[in-house]
Design a protein around this ligand. Structure first.
Ligand SMILES: NC(=O)C1=CN([C@@H]2O[C@H](COP(=O)(O)OP(=O)(O)OC[C@H]3O[C@@H](n4cnc5c(N)ncnc54)[C@H](O)[C@@H]3O)[C@@H](O)[C@H]2O)[C@H](O)CC1
Ligand SMILES: [K+]
Length: 524
């Protein structure tokens, strides 16, 4: 499913109204009817009381339609106007004029205190205060009303997006409604799916309000929910070479975990042959943890990290691999970082750079741009700041935009890790991944991701799909680990151990609750 920006939604709206001659009133009617259907399903309308809060734009107009539908379906309703009634225009104005003639109570709100009784005695609240037109921090009466809604303990349905959430970024502008359900119109907006906005929406539905399908699936909409295709079936005649060969260049004194997690995750995610090039003195200890890994001992610096003398041999070995992973636990030692810079430019196969490798390339970005084979970068927010040259708050404010710019600039596939990781392609496509959980925010989790991505590629998916699939499977593995052991105290080993089950579940069919969660909003 595609996910759109506010600008894209407005363009679709305009197209439907101007080119397809669908009156704005019909779009608003569809939005309102779908929302009322959710209200009826979740709370029940007949015999129930509702408080509908309407702002001064079309989001408020959708609220008027819901109020009319509540009334006609046997519920009772109070509509609170947060804006001057003279302000409404177009379809919102039409619907306001209609409800003025209906036997429902319509209150122009001047004090938040006025809502106390209605909120206390209602069965549900409809939030039609602010939609995609939010353009400044929420303050004054709007803020006080939203705070009271959040404190009410009542079930809340938000129309389009919880009021106060920025539709393009998922940021909360001052304060935002905490909804139990959201019905979004046309397509989900970026703000419905990115944190913290996502967490404010509750159960998310989408109503296409009769837009024709090609309007919602066009290639011009670059963001989508991550639903990668299946991994090709395992050939019964497979041998370890045909399931992919990966080389992990990783490790330095005291960094035993990262290289092992990375190299083992490749095998646990179904990859064939995992080689780990690490400082020679570390290998006996690492062999205890991963006997299935083939070790390639490397010369060391005085600090116990990879020395630059390894360059030629590493390059030669790399050129025979399906993918090379560079970075986990390499350390920030100067000589090792210089080695990374040289390897990055010359490794002639797909190269995934993570961890200390990302730090090394942040000051050597021209080496990435000079690469002939594909590059995959897997930064968290801090590393993204380093490779994009932007501050963390700027990235938070515009995660998708910064990702698109950086992926195009570096001609790299970039996984921006975090809750709902984003996968950005050099051509501007972005996938929003919905698998995973907060327990996965733990040391070593990112190392497990590197091998999982490499394994998907080794098993035959094209590179862009392999990256998307790797991110998805990694999250699924974390979700299965959380269901079995809980989120608290989850470690990278847990994610690693659940990889085979994740692969099996992904092939055999996911449990219904996970399938729904990963598919994104339910279509009404
Ligand atoms: N997706 C569709 O095709 C359809 C969407 N509909 C609904 O329309 C809204 C968007 O409507 P719009 O009038 O552009 O914006 P809003 O209703 O969100 O509000 C604009 C209104 O609010 C003022 N404002 C902005 N920020 C603040 C603030 N922080 N505090 C107070 N006031 C604020 C602004 O000045 C404007 O006056 C969309 O979300 C859908 O719900 C259609 O109904 C159907 C088609
Ligand atoms: K809203």
């Amino acid at each position: 499913m595609r996910v759109c920006s506010v600008r894209e939604m407005r363009a679709m709206d305009r197209y439907a109204i101007e080119k397809l001659a669908i009156p704005e009133e019909i779009l608003m009617e569809n939005a309102g009817l779908a929302s009322a259907a959710v209200l009826n399903r979740e709370i029940g309308i007949p015999g129930r009381r509702f408080a509908v809060f309407c702002g001064g734009g079309n989001n408020g107009g959708d609220g008027f339609v819901v109020a009319r539908k509540i009334l006609s379906d046997g519920g009772s309703v109070t509509v609170f106007l947060l804006s001057d009634p003279e302000k409404f225009q177009g379809a919102a104005r039409t619907n306001l004029e209609i409800i003025k003639r209906l036997p429902l109570s319509l209150v122009r709100l001047d004090s938040p205190e006025r809502i106390r009784g209605d909120v206390a005695h209602c069965h549900g609240i409809v939030d039609a205060i602010l939609g995609t037109g939010l353009d400044r921090p929420v303050g004054g009466l709007f803020k006080e009303v939203i705070e009271r809604i959040n404190a009410s303990g009542k079930k809340v349905l938000s129309l389009d997006i919880p009021s106060g959430v920025n539709g393009d970024t998922g940021e909360i502008l001052g304060v935002a409604v905490r909804a139990d359900y959201t019905v979004t119109f046309g397509l989900p907006k970026i703000g419905n799916l990115l944190y913290p906005g996502f967490a404010r929406g509750g159960k998310l539905h989408v109503c296409h309000i009769t837009f024709p399908p090609d309007l919602q699936t066009g290639e011009s909409i670059r963001v989508r929910i991550n639903t990668p295709p299946p991994v090709p079936p395992r050939d019964p005649d497979a041998h370890k070479g045909s399931m992919g060969e990966a080389l992990f260049i990783a490790g330095a004194a005291n960094y035993f975990g990262a290289p092992c997690f990375a190299a083992l995750s490749f095998l646990k995610a179904g990859g064939g042959y995992s080689r780990l090039a690490a400082p020679a003195s570390m290998i006996p200890a690492m062999a205890q943890r991963g006997g299935e890994i083939v070790f390639v001992p490397q010369r060391e610096t005085a600090a116990g990290s990879l020395s630059e003398e390894n360059f030629e041999a590493l390059l030669a070995l790399s050129s025979t691999m399906d993918m090379v992973v560079l970075g986990p636990g390499l350390s920030l030692e100067g000589e090792t970082q210089a080695l990374v810079g040289r390897l990055v430019r010359d490794i002639p196969v797909p190269l995934l750079i993570d961890g200390d490798g990302l730090t090394a390339i942040a000051s050597r970005l021209e080496q990435i741009r000079a690469r002939k084979a594909p590059t995959i970068l897997t930064p968290h927010l801090g590393e993204m700041a380093r490779i994009s040259g932007k501050g963390i708050p700027d990235i938070r404010r515009n995660r998708i935009g910064v990702l698109q710019e950086t992926a195009a600039d570096l001609r790299a596939l970039i996984v921006l890790k975090g809750a709902h990781s984003l996968i950005g392609m050099p051509d501007g496509r972005v996938s929003v991944n919905l698998s995973g959980n907060a327990g996965m925010a733990t040391a070593g989790s990112g190392d497990v991701l590197t091998g999982t991505i490499a394994a998907m590629y080794g098993q035959g998916l094209p590179l862009d799909e392999a990256v998307c699939k790797g991110v998805f499977i990694h999250g699924l593995s974390g979700d299965l680990a959380a269901e079995s052991r809980g989120e608290d105290g989850m470690t990278a080993s847990d994610i690693l151990e659940f990889l085979p089950e994740a692969r099996r579940a992904d092939r055999a069919g996911l449990p219904e609750h996970l399938r729904r969660r990963y598919a994104g909003p339910e279509v009404l």
